[in-house]
Write a protein that binds this ligand. Structure first.
Ligand code: ZN
Length: 238
């Protein structure tokens, strides 16, 4: 091999290893790129997608049809959710801006801080009951609820496939309320959380152009980071 061919080979090798290492940057963490995702209607991070397929097939063999109703959600979509809830709670329900924000963060995140941005999170239902009007209500996953069969299967099996409940009903946990429908693919999401924590999250939040931004005080943001961002199932941090 002559010298120039050798250098071309080196360049190709460097380029390939860069693609393979899939650098975790802020765009991935904040839902501003889809380059690490695959899927058609529901987009998921590549490894999460493969693991989910395995889990879905195993559940299918046991007669349970797992359906994802929310996977990756981008920054823009989260901003739309935030703003429309802010308008609804202040205009329709006549809440003060502070009350509206506290109501939003019972279940929804500040744009740029959603784990759904990462592509490692899934909200699931049982496909046999896909036409439920408001599917994401915790009672529906408990005993007597339409999604209880699914929940029981997940309790027994999901962790074998790497999927853990993110917002558990553990009383010691602060932040978002119990979400029996929301699972995280731990092998990837634990690294993403570590990476996210390395950023100045307070600044990311205070720089946002969202409705009610003037009410996001330093104290509020500090509490939100400690309770909502870090208040996840302890198993996801191990
Ligand atoms: Zn979710």
């Amino acid at each position: 091999m002559n010298k120039s061919k050798f250098f071309i080979l080196i360049i190709i090798l460097i380029h390939t290893s860069e693609l393979m290492s899939q650098k975790i940057d802020l765009d991935i963490l904040q839902g501003k790129t889809t380059r690490h995702l695959i899927g058609d209607t529901v987009l998921l991070e590549k490894e999460t997608f493969k693991a989910f397929e395995k889990m879905r097939n195993a559940a299918m063999n046991d007669g349970i049809k797992i359906k994802i109703i929310s996977g990756h959600r981008d920054f823009e979509r989260q901003t739309l959710i935030w703003n429309s809830k802010f308008i609804k709670f202040t205009k329709e329900f006549k809440l003060t801006p502070d009350e509206a924000i506290n109501e939003i963060i019972r279940f929804s995140t500040i744009p740029g801080t959603s784990r759904h941005h990462w592509g490692t999170e899934i909200d699931i239902i049982d496909e046999d009951f896909k036409n439920e009007k408001n599917p994401l209500i915790s009672e529906k996953y408990e005993s007597g609820g339409v999604y209880n069969k699914l929940k029981k299967w997940m309790d027994l099996n999901s962790e074998k496939f790497g999927f853990y409940l993110t917002y558990t009903n553990d009383e010691q946990r602060n932040g978002f309320e119990y979400e029996p429908w929301h699972y995280s693919y731990k092998p990837i999401s634990k690294n993403l959380l570590e990476e996210f924590k390395k950023n100045n999250i307070s600044k990311l939040i205070s720089d946002l152009e969202i409705m009610g931004k003037e009410y996001l005080t330093k104290e509020f943001i500090k509490k939100y980071i400690n309770e909502n961002i870090l208040g996840v199932n302890k198993e996801l941090e191990l």
